[in-house]
Design a protein around this ligand. Structure first.
Ligand code: IPE
Ligand code: IPE
Ligand code: MG
Length: 249
C-alpha cells in the first residue's frame, strides 16, 4: 500500500516522538501574535495523529509543553493551557473514531485544575482503545523525570525494598513516566532547530533523529509520511557493523 509515496509495507517505527516547534515564528511571519500560531498548530496535531494511526504506528508521543515553557509570559502560558482544555474536548471524537488511547507524561499536577480534569476524563474515556497510544508530554522535562526516578528508587533502597546490586536499566525504565512505553525509534523536530530541549533523554538514546525546517502549523500528513520514508532508509546498527546487521547476527 502506498501513501504519499510511503511504502506502508516497509518498516514502520513502533514509537514516534515529535517536538512540535515553530508556532511562534509561523505566526510572526504572518504578522500575527504567537497565540495565532498555537491555534493553527492544533490542525497539525490532528493530522499527525491520524497519519500515524493510519500506517500502524503504535505509540506517538507529542511534546506539547515543557517544564521550561512555564517561564514564558503568563498570557501565553494561560492561552496554551486553555487551548489544551478546548482541544481535549474537540478531539475526543477523533480519538474515539480512530480507536486511540490517550496517555500523558510529565509533572501533570503542575497543570491548572481544569486541564488536569479534562486530561483525566479523556484518558479514562479512551482507556480501552487499542489501535494506537497517543502520549502527550505536558509540563514534561527529562531531567526532572530522571530526578524523580532517582528519588523513588533511593526510597526503595532505604526501605529495604530493593538491593543496590539489583538496580539495572529496567529498574530505571520502570520508574520513568514512560514505564509502559517502548523506547523511541524515531524523533522528529520541526522548525529547523536541531536540539533535544530536555525531551526523552533516556528513552531516545538510540532513536533516529529527523529535523525539518517546516514550521509546526505547516506540518501536514504529507510531511509526516516524508519523515517516515526517511526513517525507512536508515540502518539502525546499535554499535554493530553494517555486515552484521545485513546477516542479522
Ligand atoms: C512550539 O512552538 C510550541 C510550544 C513550545 C508550546 P513555539 O511556541 O516554541 O514557537 P517558536 O519556536 O517560538 O517559533
Ligand atoms: C520545545 O520547544 C518544547 C515543545 C515543543 C513543547 P521550545 O521552543 O520550548 O524549545 P527551545 O526553547 O527552543 O529549546
Ligand atoms: Mg520553539
Amino acid at each position: 500500500m502506498e501513501k504519499y509515496g510511503l511504502n506502508t509495507l516497509d518498516k514502520i517505527p513502533h514509537h514516534v516522538a515529535v517536538i512540535m516547534d515553530g508556532n511562534g515564528r509561523w505566526a510572526k511571519q504572518k504578522g500575527k501574535i504567537r497565540i495565532f500560531g498555537h491555534q493553527n498548530g492544533v490542525q497539525s496535531v490532528r493530522e499527525t495523529i491520524e497519519a500515524a494511526a493510519e500506517i500502524g504506528i503504535q505509540y506517538l508521543t507529542l511534546y506539547a509543553f515543557s517544564t521550561e515553557n512555564w517561564n514564558r509570559p503568563k498570557t501565553e502560558v494561560d492561552t496554551l493551557m486553555n487551548l489544551l482544555v478546548s482541544s481535549l474536548k474537540s478531539e475526543l471524537k477523533t480519538l474515539q473514531d480512530n480507536q486511540i488511547q490517550l496517555k500523558a507524561i510529565g509533572n501533570i499536577e503542575q497543570l491548572p485544575q481544569k486541564a488536569q480534569k479534562g486530561l483525566n476524563e479523556v484518558i479514562q474515556l479512551t482507556a480501552n482503545n487499542k489501535r494506537m497510544v497517543l502520549n502527550l508530554a505536558l509540563s514534561y522535562g527529562s531531567r526532572f523525570e530522571i530526578l524523580e526516578a532517582v528519588k523513588s528508587i533511593s526510597k526503595k533502597v532505604v526501605n529495604n525494598e530493593l538491593l543496590i546490586e539489583n538496580i539495572d536499566e529496567k529498574t530505571i525504565n520502570n520508574h520513568l513516566y514512560t514505564f509502559s512505553l517502548p523506547d523511541v525509534d524515531f524523533l522528529i523536530r520541526t522548525s529547523g532547530e536541531q536540539r533535544i530541549s530536555n525531551f526523552l533523554l533516556w528513552q531516545a538514546a538510540y532513536a533516529e533523529l529527523y529535523f525539518t525546517n517546516t514550521l509546526w502549523p505547516d506540518f501536514k500528513k504529507k510531511d509526516f509520511y516524508e519523515a517516515i520514508t526517511e526513517y525507512q532508509k536508515r540502518e539502525r546498527r546499535y554499535g554493530k557493523t553494517s555486515e552484521q546487521i545485513i546477516k542479522n547476527e
